[in-house]
Ligand binder design. Structure first.
Ligand code: THU
Length: 136
């Protein structure tokens, strides 16, 4: 599959509109593009008590699993945040990305202005704690 970076950006911005972010007003969208052409989508969903808020990345990743897919089905992960800077995944999402995707899975990061860059899951979480660290 040959993904077009501009088309992906358009899809992320369209999906951004579905974010439920009345408290932060900071919208995030995430699309997991599968090798078979399907797309798994996630947005951030906030809560008046704040802590139940789920980020767009984890919202998409839980759907990946719930819909019966796994890391081997993933072509590209694309992430948009309302940031004017890097807009990188939060710590909890980095851990979840590491758990559910391949270490070298590419992640395309976009912000309000542009495509920021392509990264790998392991770039976001060096020295990750994984199942390999549970050695009991
Ligand atoms: N947010 C995400 O959806 N993903 C991240 O990786 C960073 C933060 C959301 C959570 C909250 O709804 C808003 O952005 C502000 O933190």
């Amino acid at each position: 599959m040959n993904l077009d970076k501009n088309k992906v950006y358009e899809e992320l911005k369209e999906l951004r509109e579905r974010a439920y972010a009345p408290y932060s007003n900071f919208r995030v969208s995430c699309i997991i593009y599968l090798k078979d052409g399907q797309k798994i989508k996630g947005v951030n969903v906030e809560n008046a008590t704040y802590s139940p808020t789920i980020c767009a990345e984890r919202s998409a990743l839980t759907q990946l699993i719930a819909q019966g897919f796994n890391k081997n089905d993933v072509e590209t992960v694309a992430l948009y945040t309302d940031s004017s800077g890097f807009g990188s995944p939060c710590g909890t999402c980095r851990q979840t990305l590491f758990e559910l995707l391949l270490e070298n899975q590419n992640i395309w990061v976009y912000n309000i202005n542009e495509f920021v860059g392509s990264y790998e899951v392991k770039d976001f979480l060096p020295y990750a704690f994984t199942v390999k660290n549970i050695d009991n």
